[in-house]
Design a protein around this ligand. Structure first.
Ligand code: NAD
Length: 366
């Protein structure tokens, strides 16, 4: 695997700050400002209806223009709320017809994990850009197939790692990369919750795995964006404690360690058996950062203790769904300005590879 230091953008001021425009650029930017990226929402579940779609409503750059749903009545209700014309409501059966719908620029895939690949690939083949929820798929071949399909179609692919666009996470990255913590030695992170019986997340066929693929992925991805490195060694341990029928197919707990090229060590935990607020702690030779919550929809809070400095205490007061606005709008910028998304397909694929290694070391498969 190609291990490289990764480039991160610390600014949250938007692409215009990064790409100073010449006159033609300014004219194009004005055009972009007048246009919104028009999303077809694929799967009307909790993340789509509760977060992403409300974010589009608030956004200057993103708009809900179409739906794909197995529940026509629900789609019609949402269509009324979002001014979506009846002709733009699709079922899973006639989904491919989005190809001839010029209203639709991009799809947002918010289906159970094992459906991401099929619906992302069909979207790319229909000539649409793809914003796909995490984890990008449930196998490495499926993940690669999404990347390949979007490349072949010449369409943008972004994986919905909203924390990579969130200001408090970006501030932590910035502090680390400016050397404010000295030499980074170790990272601890966790993220989990107590899953209810009956959820698709407990079915391997739909979820691909348990809490690692669902919420542990936030800790994994954070260790990578905080260090700016990719791990050289990954090893995990899985367990099932509660014999109440929930964990016949997926694991209940995963603990894993990672070593990075610089020597940074990371230890992470995830569970479906307990409420485990998402956090990370980064320990450096001159101080530490503690973020908790680190991965929630709102209320993110960064604290840092650095030698010779007053304590840093920076809560983010923005309310949900602001993280989704940043994510949807960044993708709009990528499409309108022909930029590669920071959280692109390769980024999603790497997490899939590390998760496969973690499962492998536990004697499990994805
Ligand atoms: P959900 O169960 O609320 O919604 C899933 C949607 O898929 C529903 O509309 C459901 O009707 C539809 N669906 C189609 N076929 C289905 C099938 N065979 N079984 C079950 N549902 C089916 O799920 P969710 O919590 O919205 O998660 C959807 C995706 O979003 C997942 O990949 C998840 O990992 C991701 N997610 C991301 C975040 C984030 O913060 N980025 C948060 C939660 C979920």
């Amino acid at each position: 695997m190609n291990i490289t230091r990764r480039n991160f953008t610390y600014t949250v001021a938007g692409a215009s700050a990064l790409y100073p425009f010449n006159r033609i650029g300014i004219a194009l930017a004005r055009q972009d400002q007048e246009r919104k990226l028009r999303y077809c929402i694929v799967g009307l579940g909790r993340i789509a209806m509760g977060h992403f779609m409300p974010a589009c409503k608030m956004s200057q750059k993103s708009q809900v223009i179409a739906f794909v749903s197995g529940h026509r009545d629900k789609a019609e209700k949402m269509a009324a709320e979002y001014n979506v014309p009846a002709k733009n409501i699709y079922s899973y059966a006639n989904y491919d017809e989005i190809a001839s719908n010029k209203d639709i620029d991009a799809v947002y895939i918010a289906l159970p994990n094992s459906m991401h690949a099929e619906y992302s690939i069909r979207a790319a083949k229909a000539g649409k850009h793809v914003l796909c929820e995490k984890p990008m798929a449930t196998s490495l071949p499926d993940s690669q197939a999404i990347v390949d399909a979007c490349k072949a179609a010449g369409k943008k692919l972004m994986i919905a790692y909203r924390c990579q666009y969130e200001p408090t996470n970006l501030r932590a990255i910035q502090m680390i990369h400016e050397g404010q913590l000295g030499t980074i030695q170790a990272i601890e992170s966790a993220n989990g919750f107590n899953e209810r019986p009956g959820e698709w997340r407990l079915e391997k066929k739909l979820a691909g795995g348990g809490p690692l693929m669902d919420v542990g992925i936030y800790s994994l991805n954070a260790c990578r964006y905080l260090t700016g490195e990719n791990p050289v060694h990954v090893e995990g341990y899985c367990s099932v404690i509660d014999q109440d029928g929930r964990f016949k197919e997926v694991e209940e707990n995963v603990s894993w360690n990672m070593t990075f090229p610089s020597g940074v060590v990371a230890s992470c935990n995830t569970t479906y058996g307990a409420d485990m607020p998402g956090f990370f702690r980064v320990h450096g030779s001159k101080g530490m950062i503690h973020m908790q919550p680190a991965f929630a929809y709102e209320g993110l809070h960064l604290k840092a203790d650095i030698q010779g400095q007053p304590p840093i205490d920076e809560p983010n007061h923005q309310k949900d769904p602001y993280e989704f606005v940043l994510e949807a709008d960044d993708f709009a910028d990528c499409v309108f300005q022909n930029k590669e998304p920071k959280a692109n397909g390769e980024e999603g694929l790497r997490d899939m590879q590390y998760m496969a290694q973690i499962y492998g070391s536990c004697g499990r498969t994805m």
